[in-house]
Design a protein around this ligand. Structure first.
Ligand SMILES: *[C@@H]1O[C@H](CO)[C@@H](O)[C@H](O)[C@H]1NC(C)=O
Length: 340
């Protein structure tokens, strides 16, 4: 009897302390979320116009944080998400301001030659950063000119491979000057058209000479005429073949278009990304290598232009050799590279 009673008492106290704990946790979570928002704002230098905007942004922040934590706690995927600088943006806003790839309508019918078609030997892994062919991660900011960053990274790669010199080249020159065709600066564009512009312009200048502003500007013909690097054309990787893409990436960094519009992509932080994503191409990035993760998953090493706070210091590893011929997020659909 005595021992039963003791047991009941213990159970009772456990119940009470659990209930108290749960209540305080709920209170704590509510207040800590706005604290977390404050800390996050300070960390990212975010300032809102007024209390109303702050209220709206806080709600979005809270939703995103909860979704990110639910995702990470579930632990069902091979990658993690994090509360990065995009945490107060709705997914639609994020897509509108950070991407900017305009898919080519002609691609399906057009066929260019493919100089790497007979490549048979590919090393098991490749990382063009280790070969000195990749400049540090850049940040396009709130300008939809991913296409310029993608094309420039591929051009920086082939320039280093052909001249031995790694130069940071100018995205702003493309944003300001490559405006006669499809490419519309911060309004979006296409890597192939950027390569065409560079070819016709007889080169591209350096980032130092024509620095990035992150807004549409007027072309400075004087700066644009100081060429630091040249290309003589570009080729498309045969569409919908990761095998063909591998042949190209084995030889040089390659511009690729992907569907980066999903929630998971917005908040990707580490690991091998396996989706969810579609094939609605909306973002231009650069494949700068490939490899196999510890768990055996093959991946593409992809350089993004959203700063070093996103992903693995600005990079993402995306699952390679998937069932769909388009590749994960459509990575094999519209790949291309400059030639020298
Ligand atoms: C690949 O090999 C075939 C057959 O030998 C040849 O006709 C073709 O020109 C080669 N392609 C390239 C890009 O060298």
């Amino acid at each position: 009897m005595a021992s039963t009673c003791k047991c009941t008492m213990v159970a009772f106290f456990i119940l009470i302390s659990w209930a108290t704990h749960a209540l305080s946790r709920t209170l704590h979570e509510t207040s800590s979320m706005s604290e977390r928002h404050e800390v996050w704002m300070a960390h990212h230098g975010r300032i809102y116009m007024d209390a109303m905007e702050k209220e709206v942004r806080f709600k979005i922040f809270k939703d995103n944080v909860q979704q990110i934590e639910t995702f990470n706690n579930a632990g069902e995927k091979s990658y993690k998400l994090s509360i990065n600088e995009f945490a107060d943006l709705k997914n639609e806003e994020f897509i509108a301001s950070r991407n900017g790839f305009r898919p080519s309508q002609m691609k399906a019918t057009k066929e260019t030659s493919f100089m790497y078609e007979n490549v048979t030997l590919a090393p098991v892994s490749m990382d063009w950063r280790k070969k000195g062919a990749v400049t540090p991660i850049k940040d396009q900011g709130q300008c939809g000119c991913c296409w310029a960053f993608s094309a420039v990274a591929a051009m920086e790669g082939i320039t280093q491979l052909s001249t031995g010199r790694l130069l940071s080249l100018s995205e702003q020159e493309l944003v300001d000057c490559d405006i006669k065709g499809v490419d519309q600066g911060c309004g979006g564009g296409l890597m192939d058209d950027a390569f065409l512009f560079i070819q016709h312009n007889h080169g591209l200048t350096t980032d130092v000479n024509y620095p990035y502003e992150g807004t549409d500007g007027t072309c400075n013909p004087k700066k644009s005429s100081i060429h630091a690097a040249q290309i003589n054309g570009h080729e498309d990787v045969p569409a919908n073949s990761e095998k063909a893409l591998l042949k190209a990436v084995t030889n040089q960094p390659v511009s690729v278009a992907i569907d980066a519009g999903g929630f998971a992509f917005q908040f990707y932080s580490s690991g091998v990304f396996t989706g969810e994503c579609g094939t609605d191409l909306n973002h231009g990035v650069t494949a700068v290598g490939y490899g196999t993760a510890d768990d055996g998953t093959n991946y593409w090493l992809v350089k993004n232009s959203w700063g070093t706070g996103w992903g693995e210091d600005g990079y993402i590893r995306m699952q390679r050799d998937v069932e769909a011929k388009e590749g994960l997020c459509g990575i094999a659909m519209q790949a291309s590279y400059p030639t020298v």
